[in-house]
Design a protein around this ligand. Structure first.
Ligand SMILES: C[S@@+](CC[C@H](N)C(=O)[O-])C[C@H]1O[C@@H](n2cnc3c(N)ncnc32)[C@H](O)[C@@H]1O
Length: 299
């Protein structure tokens, strides 16, 4: 189907391109984390299984694992790792990065609630660390497999969270950086490349990234239903907001791009990742792409 976008909504979209998610934060768990919309629910379940299996595959007797998630939101994915005992034992830290302060704030409240209700132990609760940071600024704190301690005292809250991390244990652990639930598609194309470049620099050669994306081949069937299911949070979406030729939604308050596998593979290769593995998942209405890739040994 041809794009039905009008000049009017192009202008509207341009004027609100860098949209912070703070305004969605209080409704996020209602409409996404606890969604009952079947295609989204099955996407999230399958994504979670793939994530947990991948993390577990990296656990060895000698090595602990650190999981960093860019666009961690209110912690949906990171907290669901708590259900796997072996994973909890061998994961040193779950570090959630998000540029919306309200999202980070809610994630920290949820961590404290899980601890207070004894769903996680006090020691395990300390593994969950949340920072308010744009993904493209990841190297302010994480560089080449190590923690970088900033000299200036800006970002006081981040520094308090960062001070909980043990440099030596962090350096010796295997690091995985992930971006889940098509968050990469919520990021504008130029910012997207800068975020991926920061991911390359944050990990040592051989380090792994994971991207979980919505597959553009299901955009036509799946996008309208999905965005209508979250419309109370992101605002009304109408047919003119959908660009079927580029797999994009450009609504007044919300942007999302869905990917085709080759596009996603070429994107990560262009910034220095290699050995790309793509696992297609989920049903026809909301197909997923689970992509794993490694930082090349030579730049
Ligand atoms: C679709 S939500 C996903 C939240 C969470 N990963 C989940 O699966 O439930 C996207 C999140 O990414 C965050 N985000 C968007 N652009 C970002 C960026 N450039 N850097 C860091 N976080 C970003 C938003 O604030 C939002 O919390």
């Amino acid at each position: 189907m041809k794009s039905q976008a009008t000049e009017a909504n192009k202008v509207q979209y341009r004027s609100s391109r860098k949209i912070p998610w703070d305004k969605f934060a209080f409704e996020y768990d209602t409409y996404v984390t606890n969604s009952r919309y079947p295609p989204l629910l099955s996407f999230m379940e399958r994504e979670q299984d793939l994530l947990i299996d991948t993390i577990k595959s990296l656990i060895t007797v000698k090595h602990n694992v650190v999981v960093i998630e860019i666009g961690a939101g209110t912690g949906r994915s990171l907290f669901s790792c708590r259900q796997d005992v072996r994973l909890m034992n061998k994961c040193l830290y779950f570090i959630g990065i998000d540029n919306a302060e309200t999202m980070t704030h809610i994630a920290m409240i949820k961590r404290n609630q899980l601890r207070d209700s004894q769903e996680i132990s006090y020691n395990d609760s300390k593994k969950f660390v949340f920072l308010t940071l744009d993904g493209e600024n990841l190297n302010r704190y994480f560089y080449s497999g190590r923690i970088k301690r900033p000299e200036s005292r800006i970002d006081r809250k981040n520094l308090i969270a960062l001070n909980r991390l043990n440099d030596e244990l962090y350096s010796s652990a295997t690091k995985i950086i992930c971006i889940l639930l098509n968050t990469l598609g919520n990021i504008s194309p130029s910012n997207r490349v800068r975020v991926l470049e920061a991911m390359v620099k944050a990990i040592p050669p051989g380090g792994m990234i994971i991207l979980s994306l919505f597959d553009g081949s299901s955009f036509q069937q799946g996008a309208l239903g999905l965005y209508q299911s979250i419309a109370p949070m992101v605002g009304k979406v109408v047919q003119n907001d959908f660009y079927y030729d580029t797999y994009e939604l450009k609504a007044k308050e919300y942007y999302s791009h869905w990917f085709i596998p080759q596009e996603a593979a070429e994107l990560v290769q262009s910034v220095g990742f290699q050995d790309v593995e793509i696992i297609p998942f989920n049903g026809s209405e909301l197909k997923g792409i689970f992509l794993k890739a490694y930082k090349a040994n030579q730049p």
